[in-house]
Design a protein. Sequence first.
Length: 583
Amino acid sequence: MLRRSLFFALVFVLGINQFAQTFSRDVDFSEREPSWKSVIGGNVIAPAVETSYGIAVLNDGRMLCACTSSGRILWQKGVKGRTLPYLTAFGDFLYVVTDNKKLNLINPSGLTLWTASCDFTITESPVIGPDGRVFVRGRDKIACFGLNGIKKWQITEPSLSDLPLAVLNDGSVLIYQKQPVNGHTVAKRISPFGENLEDLTFSDIIVTSYSCERGILVALANGSVGLCSVHEEFADSPWVQNTFLASGAFSICYSRRSANTAFFFSTGSNTTVIIINTSTGDIVNQFSIEKINQNALQRTIDTESGFFICDTQTACEFDEDGNIIWTGRLPNKSKWDDVIYTDESYLIICEKNWILESYKMVKFPSSSSKVKVHRRPESIVKTEKISKSEEALGLRPITNDDLVRLIKVLQDGGYGADEKKYLTNILSEAKNYVNALSQVERNTKDSSTYFEQNPGYTKNLLTVMSLIGSQEFAEVFADLLILEKNPGMRPLIISYAGKFAYDCDGKILAALEYLLTNKVLPSDKACLKNICDATYEICRFMGRPALFNKGREIISRMFFPQYDKEIRAYARTTLGNLMEIHK
C-alpha cells in the first residue's frame, strides 16, 4: 500500500473443585473458581509475556516472576533499578527497562546477564531484531545492542510516530514518521546496521502494523490491508486487499501455526474478523464475533485452535472457520492489571491484589488447527567461500591486522554501519574455517589448514567471533569443536566458545560432550579445564534447566578415576559454582 505501486468448541474450567465445573460456551470468570492462584510481589506493570515454561510478569515491587501455566512459581528475582512498563521476551530471555535509560538482559533462570545504558529515555518495549540484536527507541533516537550488551549504533530521528518500531523480513527496521505527507504515512527503512536504506510512502494513514516472519502487516485508515516485505533489497507490497470496510483494522494477529493473519475491524454492534492468507493476500474467511471495544483492547493472541482476543470486559477464542470456542466475562477492570492466554489454554488474570488467577480452558480440536510453523531465520549478511586460487595466493576476506583493530572496535562499540562489512567478512572466514576442516576430514592423507598454520590469526578470528554478539556464530563454534583435530588448536576453540556463551539449541554443549568422551585424553589438562570453564559460562548465560542438567553431566564425567586429582578437583569446584547459580 505504498506509493510507486508499493502497499506497503466448548469450554471447561478446571477449578479448585473441578467436579463442580460444567461445560459452557459462556463463562463468567467472576463466578468461577480458578484452577490455581499464585501470589507475586506487587502489581503487574507491563503486559505479561509467554515463554516456553509458562509466563513472566514484571511488577511494581521491582520483581520479575516466572511461573508455569499450571501455577507453579519457578522464581521471583529482584530487578535493580526502577522498573518501567516495558518487557520483551527473546525466546525465554527477557529484556527489561529500568531507570528510564537502562536495558537489562535477564536469562531464563532470572539472572541479570548485563545492564547497558542509553543516553536517552526509552519510550517503548525493546524490539528483537535478527541474529539476537535488540532495538530500543526514545522520543527521537533509536539504538541497537548486541547479545553481549555492547551498543552497536545509535541514530537520531527527530519526528518519530507513536507507532512502534517494526522489523521486516530481511531484518531491516521500519520507523514511521510522525507527520503524514498529503494524508499518507511515510516511513524510513533502516538496515540492521543503522543505515538509511530508503524512504517509503504509504497510500493512506497506517492505523496498525504487525511484524511477522514474512514482513510487516499493515492496516490503513481506508479499510485496506496488506503486507510490506523486502524483495531483492527493496521494500515492496506482495499484495493488497481492499476489505470494503469503512475504517481500518484496530488489531492484527499472525498465526504461527496456520501462517494466516486475522484482521479485526469494529463494525457497529459486532467485531468483524477477516482471515487472510499471509503469503498470497487471499481472503480465507470473514465473520463476526462479539463486540470488542477497540479503545479498551487488551490482547490478541494466536492459539492452537485459532485466535484469542479480549478487551476489559470480554474474552473470546475462535477458530479460522468462525466457530466460537468460548467467550468469557472478565471481572471489573478495577480489580486487575493484565490478562494473558497461554499456549496451554490457561487464561491468567493478573489481579491488583498481587494474585495471579488462572482458568484452564478445555476445548475440543478445531478443524483449522495446525501445527506451529517454525522457520529458521535467514542470515542478515551474505557469505562468500574463498576460492582455491585466492587461498593459493594467501588472500583472505580479512587480514590479521584487521582482526587486531577489530577486537578493539568491537569492545568499544558504536561501530554503526561498518558492522555490515565486519560481520560479512568474519562470518565468511569462520565458515571458510569450517569448510577447510571438512575437507581435511574427507582427505585420506595428512594435511593442515591455513588456520592451523597461522595460530595467531586464528586466535584473533575466534576472539572477534566471541565479541560481535551475534547468534549466527553458535553453530560455527559447534562445528569447529567437532571438526578440529589439531590438539593445539582445540583448547582455543573451547575457550572462545565459552566466552561466546550463547547456545540456544545446545549444540555447543553437545560438541563439548562429544570432545570429552571421544577426543580429549585424560592427560590433556588444558582442554579439560577449558571444557569445565566453557560449560559453566554457557550454562550461566543460557540459564535453562535442560542445559544446566547437560552441563552437570559433562562436568561430572571428570570425576571418574581416569582423571587425575587436579582435574577432579577442578571439576568439583566448577560444578559447585554451577550449582550455586542454579539455586
